[in-house]
Design a protein around this ligand. Structure first.
Ligand SMILES: Cc1cc2nc3c(=O)[nH]c(=O)nc-3n(C[C@H](O)[C@H](O)[C@H](O)COP(=O)(O)OP(=O)(O)OC[C@H]3O[C@@H](n4cnc5c(N)ncnc54)[C@H](O)[C@@H]3O)c2cc1C
Length: 409
């Protein structure tokens, strides 16, 4: 729960500042806190639509961060509709594209890139109407006329709307009276790991529920490495992470006997990164002049593969429908902001992400007869696949694994 700042003195400062800068009122920019996927895409869309935008991030360049590293087909479509796909294509193919003819390139849904490479390319697409300030925002103050942010430098910046896209940051002293519901604490553990590329490695994204110690693994071919995203739903399994850290290839081979032979000679090229994720979502009512999007609104289980889908839905609703509608009449009261949170497409994307996140965990740890039966059927199917692979039948996909994530949750 965040607490509003001591308000009387703050209101006085705000009023005197407002009077001093009121001639600039029409030119007030839209302020965006955070230049991750949600903030960067919003800045791109609003900047291209001709709005003045100021975007703030605590980092001056996208720094290495373990987040979404591949895209699903519907996310690719969404990014195309947002006019942002070229950034992702450039980051995924980059140098490879100059070496190979287009028909030799992976389908974009079948290769990946480091998250920061996508962001870097995206930041480069911002038009000149977007001004980037590499400074952390310390506090955000709602207001129906002129909301504002206080920067870590002490400067206060007023805008016509504040878009909060700061991911999981929103400190208790953020100034917003926001309240979160923790839907599932320590919901899942995600591990990122890089292997040297080899000739017999997968040529496309392979996703597999190994069905034992690990809950889920994605193999993602990148330009210069084979990336693994490993998910498990049991953060309290004390033995798992140390074992993975000590010998990742051994743990993977044990959990996935069908690919053990291929992993045998794999070389780990980068130390792995671990994220433990809480599922949480905002439950506060809307506030004047401030809208919260992306992970700052609700987090998802990374294994659900729906984080980017949710970001895209938020950015579309905000930039295509609500921002233009809100600015057509004066004032940005909480009643207007509430329209965004009730948008049917946004709500559907949030609901899907939540359902997949919850069901993904239940499919591994659920104790009801339904989930137990599903696990049994899953094990049976995997046994058949393994047998088919051993008997030399051509595998449906590289590594003999055919299950795509999210298909049945
Ligand atoms: C390990 C992992 C794997 C994932 N894999 C997938 C996947 O395969 N598919 C998928 O669809 N989704 C995936 N997700 C989810 C997806 O990455 C997120 O939903 C998405 O990146 C959220 O973007 P965002 O912009 O809302 O937040 P973030 O990416 O967290 O960006 C927030 C930005 O705000 C900045 N910031 C924070 N506080 C401040 C401040 N006070 N002042 C200024 N700037 C600030 C940060 O520096 C950052 O740049 C994964 C997530 C994780 C953690």
């Amino acid at each position: 729960m965040w607490h509003a700042p001591a308000t009387n003195s703050w209101r006085r400062v705000r009023c005197s500042l407002r009077e001093r800068v009121s001639p600039l009122r029409e030119a007030d920019p839209i302020l965006i806190v955070g230049a991750g996927m949600a903030g960067a895409l919003t800045a791109l869309r609003l900047g291209r639509a001709g709005y003045g935008v100021r975007i703030f991030d605590r980092h001056s360049h996208p720094r290495p961060t373990f987040r979404a590293e591949k895209l699903t087909q519907d996310q690719i479509e969404g990014l195309r509709e947002l006019g942002a796909l070229e950034a992702f294509e450039q980051a995924n193919w980059g140098a490879v594209a100059t070496r190979q003819s287009p028909d030799q390139l992976h389908d974009l849904s079948n290769c990946g890139a480091r998250h920061e490479a996508w962001l870097d390319a995206l930041w480069n697409l911002w038009p000149s109407s977007v001004t980037f300030t590499p400074t952390a925002v310390d506090a955000i103050y709602p207001d129906r006329e002129r909301p504002c942010v206080r920067l870590s430098t002490g400067e206060t910046v007023f805008g016509r709307l504040v878009v909060v896209a700061s991911g999981t940051w929103l400190g208790a002293d953020s100034g917003l009276d926001l309240d979160y519901e923790i839907v599932s604490p320590r919901h899942s553990v995600c591990v990122g790991l890089s292997l040297a590329k080899s000739d017999d490695g997968p040529g496309e994204v392979v996703e597999a529920p190994p069905g034992s110690a690990l809950s889920y693994v994605s193999f993602i071919p990148m330009d210069d490495e084979l990336r693994l995203n490993i998910f498990t739903f049991d953060p309290d399994d004390a033995g798992f992470l140390p074992a993975l850290k000590a010998d990742p290839i051994k743990v993977l081979s044990h959990a996935m006997p069908n690919i053990a032979a291929k992993l045998h000679e794999a070389v780990v090229t980068r130390p792995f990164e671990i994220r433990i994720v809480d599922l949480k979502r905002m439950k506060s009512p809307a506030q004047d002049g401030v809208v919260v999007i992306g992970d700052a609104f609700a987090t998802v289980c990374p294994a659900s593969g729906t984080g980017m889908t949710k970001v895209i839905a938020d950015v579309k609703a905000l930039t295509e429908i609500y921002a233009p509608r809100w600015f057509a009449t004066p004032g940005l009261g909480s009643d207007k902001i509430a329209q965004f949170y009730a948008d049917p497409h946004k709500c559907a994307a949030d609901a899907l992400a939540l359902k997949r996140s919850i069901n993904g965990r239940k499919s591994v740890l659920g104790e009801t007869p339904y989930w137990r039966a599903r696990r049994l059927v899953g094990r049976f199917k995997r046994g058949l696949e393994l047998a088919a692979a051993q008997w030399g039948r051509p595998a449906a996909r590289p590594f003999g694994i055919s299950t795509r994530r999210g298909a049945d949750t």
